[in-house]
Every structure is written in C-alpha cells, then in structure tokens.
Design a protein around this ligand. Structure first.
Ligand SMILES: Cc1cc2nc3c(=O)[nH]c(=O)nc-3n(C[C@H](O)[C@H](O)[C@H](O)COP(=O)(O)O)c2cc1C
Length: 165
C-alpha cells in the first residue's frame, strides 16, 4: 500500500487593526474545513509564541497600519520575532505563507507582510508562496490579489498533504 503524510493542523495567525485581516483569516478557516484540514485561527498576540517552533504549517495574515506599523494585536509578536538572539534555525521545521493587507496609496505599502516574510526566511522557515499583497486601491479591493493567491495556497498545501481517498 501507499503511505501519505497525515495532514497537520494548519495554523492561521492574524494581525488586524480594523477587522479585514481577521475576516480573511476566518475565510481561510472555512476553506480549510471544506478541504477536511484541521485548522485553528487566532490573533498573533493571543498565540503562545514559544510554540511556534513546533508548528509545521502556518499562514500569517497581516495588515499594515499607521506609517508602516503592525496592528495592535500583533505588537508583542513583532517584538519577539525580531529579537536579535533568535537562532537562524529557529523555524526550520515550518512551512509558511504570508498574506498582506494594505493600501498602495501609502508609502510603506504592505510593509508588515513584506518584512515578516523576510524575517521568517531568515529564521529558517520555508515559504510556500511569494507574499500576497492585498491592495485597497484595486478596483476589486484586496480580493483581486487574495482570491488567486488562496487558490495557489490550497494547491500547494494539498500537494504536500494529499487528503485520504
Ligand atoms: C490609519 C491607517 C493607516 C494605514 N497605513 C498603511 C500603511 O502604512 N501601509 C499600507 O500598506 N496600508 C496601510 N493602511 C491600509 C490598511 O492596511 C488596509 O486597509 C487593510 O485592509 C486593513 O486591514 P485591517 O482591517 O485588518 O486592519 C492603513 C489604513 C489606515 C486606516
């Protein structure tokens, strides 16, 4: 017979100031369940960050606020993940993807998502996809970038963890 990897718990962590990133995260949770994947969705600062080194598959959904600043509910995570003493192998067990929500009329467009993506690579994580750059300025809103990115994401995830027949 053939063996398949058991599908892991997918973890969706969000940083959201006015609710958009949280809505997109909940959509991710629904789409995961429809695909019979276990999934948890929570705000970055309510997740116990020391456990991150045990997570196999994490989707980060992050808005940018202020002048290129992280939302309030991910400020503690932000301080932690940029600590200088984290080893460059800290996240080498993790496959991740970063979905950003921003507005290209700001100078620091999607700054938080871009910076987080680079940092996770620096800590040894493997990116499943390039960072998604949701943009309020698009005539279709952030979904113009989010919809095709999510299709690619599920292709990648189900390729890694094929569902049982
Ligand atoms: C006060 C304020 C500041 C913002 N600053 C930025 C910014 O610096 N860069 C950016 O790309 N988007 C910026 N945005 C746009 C938001 O990131 C975008 O609307 C996003 O969808 C909000 O997600 P949220 O509802 O989860 O907070 C800003 C929005 C507001 C209201």
């Amino acid at each position: 017979g053939s063996f398949t990897m058991p599908s892991p718990q997918l973890l969706v962590l969000f940083g959201s100031q006015t609710g958009t990133a949280q809505d997109v995260s909940e959509r991710l949770g629904r789409e995961a369940r429809r695909r019979r994947l276990g999934c948890r969705v929570q705000a970055l600062d309510s997740y116990p960050v020391v456990n991150l080194i045990n997570e196999p598959l994490v989707i980060f959904v992050c808005a940018t606020t202020g002048q290129g600043d992280p939302p309030d509910n991910m400020k503690n995570f932000w301080r932690f993940i940029f600590r200088k003493n984290l080893p460059s192998t800290a996240l080498c067990q993790m496959d991740f993807a970063v979905l950003g929500l921003g507005d290209s009329s700001y100078a620091k467009f999607n700054f938080v998502a871009k910076k987080l993506h680079r940092r996770l690579l620096q800590l040894g994580g493997s990116a499943l996809l390039p960072v998604c750059l949701g943009d309020d300025q698009h005539e279709l809103g952030p979904d113009a970038a989010v919809d095709p990115w999510l299709r690619d994401l599920w292709d990648r995830v189900l390729g890694l963890y094929p569902p049982p027949p």
